[in-house]
Design a protein around this ligand. Structure first.
Ligand SMILES: [Zn+2]
Length: 269
């Protein structure tokens, strides 16, 4: 579960508009008045939805502040499988994909209510893996499945690979995925208990206690003892946040932030 997460209605609005709005200043997009030959503004407001922003192929961020130089590989014993809501996939502000940039064992599956992903189903049958579904423990009907973070150590001591399954979507989407996916019903539920407050600026969370997907992952890594991977993901998330926010203001960062500098040092080691 991620709590990026305002309502579906909120996240459905296009967060790209402010970035794109100012991109129609070029003469070529303006019609010319046939009488005077002078440019005149379009009759209808120009509807840009980020389509005019030049994006990097690698990181999908605006090229103005590309994230690629800060991409570093980390290692962690625990893995992530993201079960991503179809509406979340193409959002540039989605932070779930940052996890896979850092940890190459990460797998992303699209959630469809009626058609579970075949690879995911096969993984769930594979005894090498010990998957946990990350979800709050606030409902009584699955209380018997709830485990604590120490369960992660227990499975790895038993020689299995701990896997965190994160439901990547808005709060409502995550709840729906949790409730409507019978193949997840047998898995232990691991709630993330954390005092951490979100540092995510690109979407406005309902509460500062609602962490976005990358932050949930960083916190799970930290609590399960994968401290180095946690620190790298945290820095990469900060770099993403700052790069994206600057590009929205049409500002090119003139110097790398401290998180960016740490990532660069990691990368050159
Ligand atoms: Zn890039």
């Amino acid at each position: 579960m991620t709590s990026d997460t305002r309502d579906d209605a909120d996240t459905a609005t296009c967060t790209e508009a402010p970035l794109a709005d100012q991109h129609f200043s070029g003469d070529s997009l303006w019609e010319r008045d046939p009488a005077t030959g002078r440019p005149r503004p379009p009759r209808r407001p120009f509807k840009a939805r980020g389509s005019f922003v030049e994006r990097c192929e690698g990181c999908r961020l605006p090229t103005l502040n590309c994230l690629c130089p800060y991409r570093v590989s980390a290692h962690s014993q625990a893995r992530f499988w993201l079960l991503t809501h179809p509406l979340e996939h193409n959002k540039p502000t989605n932070t779930g994909r940052l996890i896979g940039d850092i940890l190459d064992t990460t797998e992303v599956f699209t959630w469809y209510r009626t058609a579970p992903d075949a690879t995911l189903l096969a993984h769930l049958e594979d005894a090498r893996f010990a998957p946990f579904i990350i979800f709050p423990d606030d409902q009584p009907d699955y209380a018997d499945r709830v485990v604590g973070i120490e369960a992660v150590d227990e499975v790895s001591n038993a020689g299995r690979i701990p896997v965190f399954i994160i439901l990547d979507g808005t709060w409502r989407q995550a709840r729906r995925m949790f409730r409507k996916s019978p193949y997840l019903d047998c898995l232990p539920v691991l709630p993330l208990h954390s005092e951490r407050l979100t540092r995510y600026h690109l979407r406005k969370p309902a509460s500062a206690a609602h962490l976005c997907t990358a932050e949930v992952a960083a916190e799970l890594l930290r609590q399960s003892g994968n401290t180095q991977a946690s620190a790298i993901l945290d820095d990469y998330f900060d770099a993403f946040n700052d790069s994206y926010a600057a590009s929205r203001r049409h500002h090119k960062l003139d110097a790398p932030t401290p998180a960016m500098r740490r990532l660069r040092e990691q990368g050159s080691e």
